[in-house]
Design a protein around this ligand. Structure first.
Ligand SMILES: Nc1nc2c(c(=O)[nH]1)N[C@H]1C(S)=C(S)[C@@H](COP(=O)(O)O)O[C@H]1N2
Ligand SMILES: [Mo]
Length: 197
């Protein structure tokens, strides 16, 4: 009886329509980092956008928090097959950040404290699809999960959501970032199972 109902629950959860193919649900929040966790105080934190012409726009923490802030409720999907549904974040949309700069670039490289990079097409960052998030579940984002702030691009696999993000650099073409150079897909749509290439 116990085994039967557990099995039933498992099947039901695996067929949740919000779960992309090949993913399973998790209730906890795994930490996945390729290196040590950088500890960045909000005093020293700065975020930069560099356009294809080389012009730079920089926000300090206080300037960043003075921008319009959005509540985001979304599902997240890691390429290692865990998904977490209905997560809550607060952040500044990338639309807001990019409205401050003049660019025609089609590709972006996100850079992080610690050296992590990940490439994202501009069209996946605009139109209310991406944020620089600084709160998770009503509390400041933990350093392990990318605090003070991380990129949040929830419609792509979670490796695109660069923790400790500190720059978006416009690119003339789609150059691979850290995991993309190591075999992960250039784009990473979980609904298309764009895992590796
Ligand atoms: N700077 C940085 N960002 C990163 C990573 C990383 O190693 N370094 N790992 C990525 C991967 S593979 C995943 S699945 C998520 C994990 O985020 P979490 O540790 O908050 O669950 O962060 C992504 N962003
Ligand atoms: Mo991941």
């Amino acid at each position: 009886m116990a085994i039967f109902s557990r099995g039933f629950g498992g099947r039901r959860r695996e067929s949740d329509p919000n779960l992309p193919p090949g993913q399973y649900l998790t209730e906890d929040f795994p930490v996945l980092s390729a290196g040590p966790t950088p500890r960045i105080s909000t005093d020293e934190w700065a975020f930069r956008i560099v356009t294809e012409s080389g012009s730079q726009t920089t926000w300090t923490w206080d300037q960043f928090l003075a921008l319009p802030i959005e509540d985001v409720h979304t599902d997240i999907h890691c390429v290692t097959r865990w998904s977490k549904l209905g997560t809550s974040w607060r952040g500044v949309s990338v639309d807001t950040l990019l409205s401050a700069v003049d660019t025609d670039a089609e590709f972006v490289m996100a850079h992080s404290y610690g050296g992590y990079t990940t490439n994202v097409p501009m069209e996946d960052l605009l139109g209310g699809k991406a944020w620089v998030a600084f709160e998770f579940d009503g509390a400041p984002l933990e350093p392990e999960h990318g605090g003070p702030a991380r990129l949040l691009v929830p419609h792509l696999y979670f490796w695109k959501s660069a923790k400790w993000v500190n720059a978006l650099v416009m690119q003339d073409r789609d150059r691979p970032g850290f995991w993309e150079q190591n075999g992960y897909h250039l784009h990473g749509d979980p609904w298309q199972e764009e895992r590796y290439w």
